[in-house]
Design a protein around this ligand. Structure first.
Ligand code: NAD
Length: 499
């Protein structure tokens, strides 16, 4: 191991006993099972973590169920105080948390520091967003009072994807918590470490049982999904798993699911767009520097008007060629590795299919080498041009640092091409003609559309997909409402008794 890699691992991983948080206790799996986690920057085993089973899910459920009424009784203000203390604890562990995501997930340390700050901003903002967000009164009959009110579900299960380990483990549960639910979170098996450390921090701050962390893979995920007492499941991950979860959840109870799934997101560039900004948008929108393109919102299909196409392709290629691909915890890194050897194979297989199916490889296309450790999972930032979006690289979610570009001539054609997919998460339109921008935005089948922007989430506005990209909305009052069950109360008024 090089000195550069040894330092953060020795400081934050080696010798640390990573344990799950159940009912306020830091515990091993009930049956003692463990699983290894790997550093994608080197391909070396980092450490072992508990691998939970259905007994652990039952324990976590019972603890959460016991704790939830007290948590609900605190009210938004009481819960806000807990959020504030949790935010302070996260600030105190900032470097450690960001570095754990870098060593465990391969996401550059610098980018993970930003994820810590986003997490803290969300902890600050959720209470204010919902403090005065209430039900409705409805004039359903004359003289009477009809109103809606809401109550938390009780125990919520949250199953997470790997691409923003810490940020998802913090932010994706806040809507459920501020609504008064107790939660059980399961981070992705590739990146368990930061969530386990969050459990250690939360143990000192949350009432025991309100916040539980279980680690493991599909098996423990399935035990959460099928637990009859967990009626609200929030899931972030692939379409294939989302579909499976819909089926499995229905085997034990009627459940409310929200699904944040994959994307194959189009970006459409018009000839009048501000070219410098659009090129920035195309590159930044791929999230190379945050997670090597492993983002649900990446603009992996870029359609550029024929008049500016050659220039655009050339300038994006220059930007990609200038990126330094390196271990995620160094100072000198623009992009880290992808998360696992299995995912490296998936990405490289699709790159190979692009070559075979006749797309023009402009830059990249190989395993990044040179100064990177030989067993790390590095891919060169890759650009294919002249892509027929019916090819595998144009139609399948690559979830890696691979862009597909095509030229377009007619608006109707490019809108039809952009919509020609089962997915519909994000889309971007780049033009200075606002009439055109809004007309096109209206026609795009996506849940989140940027005009002259990309990648950025504007917190407080609903995020989520259409078609196979998902079900439900997050990052907004819509998310909060989705963690509550609504009740309608009718009060029939008599005539007043006059004295
Ligand atoms: P994945 O579906 O393989 O795994 C996601 C989570 O589900 C993991 O925690 C995994 O252990 C768990 N899981 C797997 N099988 C399960 C089962 N049968 N029952 C219950 N849980 C199960 O996804 P991934 O590879 O971790 O993440 C990549 C995918 O996530 C991409 O498709 C990406 O687009 C999507 N994603 C979507 C969003 C969004 O907000 N829409 C955000 C991030 C990632």
């Amino acid at each position: 191991m090089s000195t550069q890699t040894a330092d953060p691992i020795a400081r934050y991983v080696t010798g640390h006993d990573f344990r799950m948080l159940i009912g306020g206790d830091l515990v091993a799996a009930a049956d003692g099972a463990t699983t290894e986690t790997i550093d994608p920057s080197t391909g070396q085993v980092l450490t072992s973590v508990p691998c939970a089973g259905s007994d652990d899910v039952q324990r976590a459920f019972e603890a959460a169920d016991r704790a939830q009424p007290g948590w609900e009784a605190l009210g938004v203000d009481g819960r806000a105080e807990v959020f504030a203390r949790y935010s302070e604890a996260i600030a105190g562990a900032k470097e450690r948390l960001a570095m754990l995501d870098a060593v465990d997930g391969g996401m550059p340390y610098r980018a993970m520091l930003v994820d810590v700050e986003i997490s803290r901003a969300n902890l600050r903002d959720w209470p204010g967003l919902v403090r005065w967000h209430g039900g409705r009164t409805i004039p359903a009959s004359p003289g009477n009072l009809h109103y809606t009110t809401s109550r938390p579900y009780g125990v919520v299960g949250k199953i997470l994807a790997y691409n923003h380990p810490l940020m998802f483990a913090v932010t994706r549960i806040l809507g459920a918590l501020i609504a008064g639910n107790a939660v059980i979170i399961k981070p992705a098996p590739q990146v368990p470490l930061s969530a386990l450390v969050l459990g250690e921090l939360a143990r000192e701050i949350f009432p025991p049982g309100v916040f539980n962390v279980l680690t493991g893979g599909a098996e423990v995920g399935d035990a959460i999904v099928t637990h009859p007492g967990i009626r609200r499941i929030g899931f972030t991950g692939s379409v294939a798993t989302g579909l499976k979860i819909q089926q499995r959840a229905a085997t034990t109870a009627v459940k409310h699911l929200s699904l944040e799934l994959g994307g194959k997101n189009p970006m459409i560039v018009f000839p009048d767009a501000d070219l410098d900004r659009a090129i920035d948008g195309a590159v930044n929108g791929m999230n190379f520097g945050v997670c090597a393109g492993q983002s649900c919102g990446s603009n992996s299909r870029t359609y550029v008007h024929r008049d500016i196409y050659d220039d655009f392709v050339g300038r994006v290629a220059e930007r990609l060629e200038a990126m330094r691909v390196a271990p995620a915890y160094g100072d000198d890194v623009d992009m880290g590795p992808v998360v696992s050897s299995a995912h490296l194979e998936h990405v490289m297989g699709l790159v190979e299919s692009g070559r075979e199916q006749g797309a023009r490889l402009v830059t990249g296309g190989g395993r990044a080498n040179g100064s990177t450790p030989p067993d790390g999972y590095y891919v060169e930032p890759t650009l294919f041009a002249d892509v027929d979006m019916g090819m595998d690289i144009g139609s399948k979610e690559i979830f890696g640092p691979v862009m597909s570009m095509a030229a377009w001539n007619e608006i109707d054609e490019v809108v039809a091409a952009a919509n020609d997919t089962d997915l519909g998460l994000t889309a971007a339109v780049w033009t200075n003609d606002l009439h055109c921008a809004h007309r096109v935005a209206d026609r795009l089948e996506a849940g989140y559309v940027w005009i002259n922007d990309s990648a950025r989430h504007y917190w407080g506005t609903p995020f989520g997909g259409v078609k196979n990209s998902g079900l439900g909305r997050e990052e907004s009052t819509e998310e909060y409402d989705s963690y509550m069950v609504q009740k309608t109360v009718h009060t029939v008024m008599r005539e007043p008794r006059l004295s």
